[in-house]
Design a protein around this ligand. Sequence first.
Ligand code: CTP
Ligand code: MG
Length: 242
Amino acid sequence: MIPEAADRAGDVGMIIPAAGLGERMGGSLRKPFIELEGEPILFRTCRRLASVPGVFEIVVALHPDDLDFFRDRLWDRALASGVTLAVAGGACRAESVWNALQVMSARAELTAVHDAVRPFAAVDTVKALIALARRRGAAVPVSPMDDTIKRIEGDRVTETPRRLGLVRVQTPQVFRSDLLIEAYEYAIRTGGLSANITDDAQLVEALGAEVAALHGGAFNLKITSASDLRLARALLAAGLAQ
Ligand code: CTP
Ligand code: MG
């Protein structure tokens, strides 16, 4: 059983954006509520993150249409998974994160942002990211880019960027809270928040602040499409993820 927020030690607040439409997954049930071995993906993710030392608060941003259902029908399960607060998300991921940032408690010296649809983040990796962000201000998990990357327009290849130095970036991304808030305020003042903002670190980079990277592990899968869901179930069945 996970203790209530007020009783948890630590200074790391966690934001879980879970308000997306899940268009690439399709189906009627929104992605965070699809079950993996009987547990909604969202709760599996929260339970994992709540077990990381230092995390005392978990704010989830939900699609506005899911809020009532969540509070009425799922709140007990949410609490048992470590969720401390649910807020309405926005029209894009960055808006959802920003809405959650507004309600983070002042005790959160560090803020981590983690996609609801990444249930397999390794606790040791999250601990390492928290330690790195404490020293450097911002830290993100990355994995190697083994494929060659191309840009296409329609079915025509237009460019092959050099692969050297390219990585994929995952979540959780961990920041000093004041830095993350400054980055969001700057983004809102300059271009506004839009779907072009696909992670949080890019807003910190836009301030000119340093973002440190470390290896996030091969199994920190992001469940985006139906094939990822099959892969997630296969990883669980094979004991390669928990
Ligand atoms: N997200 C969010 N608010 C939005 C859009 C996305 O909180 N307005 C969240 C999603 O719920 C997900 C994470 O951001 O946990 C990563 O987004 P993605 O994998 O793109 O999920 P969806 O936006 O739901 O999927 P799609 O883009 O296929 O519609
Ligand atoms: Mg999306």
